[in-house]
Ligand binder design. Structure first.
Ligand SMILES: *Cc1c(COP(=O)(O)O)cnc(C)c1O
Length: 399
């Protein structure tokens, strides 16, 4: 089948909720993707921050094969070893105490919201509890996660959503105070806003928000679905801020391409929130997905991924800063570690399309005007140099 036939076939059967780029990816190796004609594309998107270890890692694949042969699903009515090991490794890496595995990031958010509500219900009695979320945030597409997503046009067609959500300005502690009431049970935010345009939280803002939550008995939910798993130079971004959430959500790179997410809580939250009967999932934590998680944590350690990110990120930033200097329409670089964005005054969608189709460079957009770069965490200086050559080729066509 040629590409056009494949795309036609897709249009016949897939619900049209994505305007896909006309590329059919067939396989991947390292930091390169290959289309159905065996053409190589340098990947600086990682399937939206998922493929942290790149493509075709044999150790990772072998561990999945052997798990598939052993068992892939049992349900949560029984114990299985991969889930227990993965939970232990996630607790160790994050400093959290108890874990619930989900099938996606949005489901991790759903679980976090329910946990926060139950915590308030047990501690403070029945009440119409409120949640403070951030403007410009992104937490997912399910009804609960959409309810705390701060982009009006994502939400509006689906009203009424979950009630009791207020939106504060990100990095503006006064705005949190202004939205807080005696009904507030949780504050949810991304430590580094991803979809909204690569905005890291300010240290002072996070510290004050943490203190306020402590003082008022409010839970702090940090959504690290995108910025977690080593992306910013620490296993979780909050670890660079000297604070800790009450509830952490993680997904995307957690399974390196196997669909899995999790929310993790402190002992205090675990002891005062969900109990048997309150929450569940059929697939969540199945041995295949949690074997992937377990293997990801092992390989992060074996390859010293965090050290590598800290070594390579300054070089990446330097190259991006050169682009800011060189091109008038590249206004600013923003981000943390290998989660970087370039603010453009030329149409970012056009840049992403040209990069993909003409330069065979896979990049993302975020917000209205940001070129978002989430390369696999295993990239080398050579890959960054190749990225520079390709993106310069694209930028030059806008001069
Ligand atoms: C992608 C993302 C989600 C949603 O994850 P899904 O797996 O797509 O449901 C939630 N929060 C953040 C910060 C994300 O980047």
């Amino acid at each position: 089948m040629n590409k056009n036939q494949i795309i036609e076939m897709a249009d016949d059967s897939l619900l049209h909720v994505y305007n896909r780029f006309p590329v059919v990816f067939d396989y991947g190796k390292g930091v390169y993707l290959y289309d159905n004609c065996d053409e190589a594309y340098l990947d600086f998107a990682s399937g939206i921050g998922v493929m942290a270890l790149g493509y075709g890692n044999e150790t990772f694949e072998e561990s999945l094969y052997s798990q598939i042969k052993r068992i892939t699903h049992t349900s949560n009515l029984y114990y299985n070893m991969p889930m227990i090991e993965a939970a232990e490794k996630l607790c160790k890496a994050s400093g959290m105490d108890k874990v619930f595995f989900t099938n996606s990031g949005a489901e991790a958010i759903e679980g976090a919201l329910k946990t926060a509500k139950k915590y308030a219900y047990l501690k403070r009695g029945a009440g119409d509890y409120e949640i403070i979320a951030m403007e410009n945030s992104f937490h997912g597409r399910t009804v609960g996660s959409l309810s705390v997503t701060g982009t009006d046009h994502y939400r509006e067609p689906f009203y009424p959503l979950m009630s009791g959500v207020k939106f504060a300005k990100f990095n503006d502690f006064g705005s949190i105070l202004a939205n807080a009431t005696d009904k507030t049970c949780a504050i949810i935010l991304e430590t580094v806003q991803g979809e909204g345009g690569l905005y890291p939280a300010d240290k002072e803002f996070l510290e004050k928000t943490r203190q306020f939550c402590d003082d008022e008995g409010i839970l702090l939910i940090l959504d690290e679905v995108q910025c977690g798993m080593g992306r910013t130079g620490s296993m979780y971004a909050f670890q660079q801020y000297g604070i800790k959430p009450d509830i952490l959500t993680t997904a995307k790179a957690l399974g390196n391409g196997v669909p899995v997410g999790a929310f993790a809580v402190t002992n205090d939250v675990a002891a005062n929130s969900l109990v048997p009967g309150d929450h569940g999932t059929t697939y969540g934590g199945n041995p295949l997905c949690t074997q992937a998680v377990s293997q990801v944590f092992d390989l992060f350690e074996e390859y010293k991924i965090i050290d590598h990110v800290n070594e390579i990120a300054p070089y990446f930033e330097q190259v991006l800063d050169i682009l800011v200097e060189k091109y008038d329409f590249v206004k600013e670089r923003r981000g943390l570690g290998l989660m970087q964005g370039l603010v453009l005054t030329i149409p970012v969608k056009e840049v992403v399309t040209k990069a993909l189709l003409d330069a065979h460079l896979v990049v993302l957009s975020a917000g209205a005007d940001v070129l978002r770069l989430l390369p696999p965490l295993v990239i080398t200086e050579q890959d960054i140099d190749d990225f520079k050559t390709k993106i310069e080729g694209v930028f030059d066509t806008f001069l």
